[in-house]
Design a protein around this ligand. Structure first.
Ligand code: ADP
Ligand code: MG
Length: 189
């Protein structure tokens, strides 16, 4: 209940057969939660519907089973909360909310544009968690496009520099699972 997942789907419900670009062994290794002990980040990239959020939730559930405190947030919600707290002079307290959980999952980086202040606040959080708090991040945008996502190439580079220092990246290339039933029914090709 604490984790605030958008849905609860265990890893066992993920159909790896549908998404051959995912290395099943790599995901099974992540499911052992060793990456949390090592302080590694996991970055899941891919177009909409390929299972990024599903995998992030599934790994979050494994972490909870292993006894870790986990917090799930969308990038938009995270930045909105930090922006509001900053305006109210409570940034430090809010940063603590996002640095205290052992595993922080930040979903959907890249769907909504981030303004300069948002990018700065996001960078502060990444800096605080750097080399201490592992994260799972998902994005529909490749790293090369993060300059546009954060509206500032310098901040995006600084964020990526820290995130990628100790990180595993899953690049999902494939069809949206949401289209699966439609493809099956021959409604789309
Ligand atoms: P993304 O976050 O990449 O846009 P989601 O993880 O939200 O995609 O997946 C869209 C929907 O399809 C969700 O209901 C998810 O559980 C389901 N889904 C996606 N990929 C798979 C898969 N390989 N096996 C089972 N369900 C999947
Ligand atoms: Mg998603």
């Amino acid at each position: 209940a604490m984790a605030r997942f958008p849905f609860v789907k265990p890893l066992e419900t993920f159909d790896f057969g549908y998404q051959p670009s995912i290395d099943k062994k790599q995901v099974a290794n992540l499911a052992t939660c060793h990456f949390i002990e090592h302080g590694d980040n996991v970055i899941i990239l891919g177009p909409p519907g390929v299972g990024k959020t599903h995998l992030a939730v599934s790994l979050g559930l494994k972490a909870i089973e292993a006894g870790y405190r986990v917090l799930f947030t969308s990038a938009a919600n995270l930045i909105a909360q930090l922006t509001k707290a900053y305006a109210e002079g409570k940034l430090d307290d809010k940063l603590k909310v996002f640095t205290t959980p052992r595993l922080l999952i930040i979903d959907e980086i890249g769907y909504l544009p981030i303004d300069r202040q948002g990018a700065n606040l996001f960078f502060q959080l990444i800096s605080r968690r750097y080399e201490r708090g592992p994260m799972i991040l998902t994005s529909n945008q490749s790293f090369g496009a993060w300059g546009e996502v954060f509206g500032d190439r310098v901040i995006a580079t600084a964020i990526l520099d820290r995130l990628l220092h100790h990180a595993v990246t899953l690049n999902i290339r494939g069809n949206s699972y949401r289209l699966k039933e439609k493809l099956k029914a021959g409604l789309v090709r």
